[in-house]
Write a protein that binds this ligand. Structure first.
Ligand SMILES: C[S@@+](CC[C@H](N)C(=O)[O-])C[C@H]1O[C@@H](n2cnc3c(N)ncnc32)[C@H](O)[C@@H]1O
Length: 224
């Protein structure tokens, strides 16, 4: 039985994504940082990748990490809390050498990661796990100048900040509740700065479907 809010949320989201996994089986050939596939920034946000050690938190079927691995990554670690989603990654990305798949809550596994040149999350661990725990843990694993890039929806004006239970709907599964962390852009900038990250770029898509959900990409690094 989970005994803390963090353990509860990880178990809650694991069950949600085990259920939702059936609706997310496809492979990605292009990295879209934003919520709805639309032209936008690509792998360049992660900086130089040749020989890099990179981790993705909340990797789902691993399509994004597999895409990034083609840019010369030396070691790529994909993490997900959902065994069903991680099984998709293991089987769908089996042809990719230099990739590893780590099962568990991003907050729990991050202290065990090797030193990283870059970490990233596409509507993944940085959105679903408590950033006040995850960001400091990740900071310890990122090398000086190491990059953190993540995308998430940002909160609607007037909506409360922080931990929120929300619903993901698909026709196949119906309404599936998840826990995620919602902040305004200013809120994310404050939290990132508090935990020692320097923010280089905030990208908001000009695609109307992405604007409607306030899809946002944050690019930050650890100062030397
Ligand atoms: C919206 S999906 C995005 C998956 C993938 N990044 C993509 O773009 O296809 C969110 C993913 O985050 C994972 N997740 C949720 N909470 C997590 C946690 N605490 N630690 C690691 N992964 C988590 C879910 O299992 C799910 O695969």
């Amino acid at each position: 039985m989970p005994s803390t809010v963090t353990e509860h949320d990880a178990a809650f989201n694991r069950n949600a994504w085990d259920t939702l996994a059936t609706t997310r089986a496809g492979q990605e050939s292009v990295l879209y940082w934003h919520f709805r596939d639309a032209p936008g920034p690509g792998v360049e946000l992660l900086g130089p990748l040749a020989g890099a050690t990179v981790a993705e938190l909340g990797c789902g079927n691993g399509g994004h990490l597999a895409h990034i691995a083609r840019h010369g990554v030396a070691r790529g670690i994909g993490n997900d809390v959902s065994p069903v989603r991680l099984h998709q990654a293991v089987t769908q990305q089996a042809a990719q050498e230099r990739l590893e798949w780590w099962l568990g809550d991003a907050i729990r596994i991050t202290p065990h990661l090797p030193r990283l040149d870059a970490a990233f999350s596409v509507f993944g661990g940085l959105w679903f796990a408590d950033p006040h725990q995850l960001l400091p843990a990740l900071r310890q694993r990122l090398k000086p100048s190491g990059r953190l890039v993540f995308s998430c929806m940002t909160r609607a004006p007037g909506a409360p900040e922080g931990r929120r239970q929300m619903v993901v709907y698909t026709p196949a599964t119906g309404r599936v509740p998840v826990v995620r962390w919602m902040y305004s852009i200013q809120g994310w900038l404050r939290i990132l700065t508090e935990h020692g990250y320097r923010v280089d770029k905030v990208d908001q898509s000009d695609d109307p479907r992405n604007q409607r959900v306030r899809s946002t990409v944050f690019v930050a690094h650890i100062p030397q």
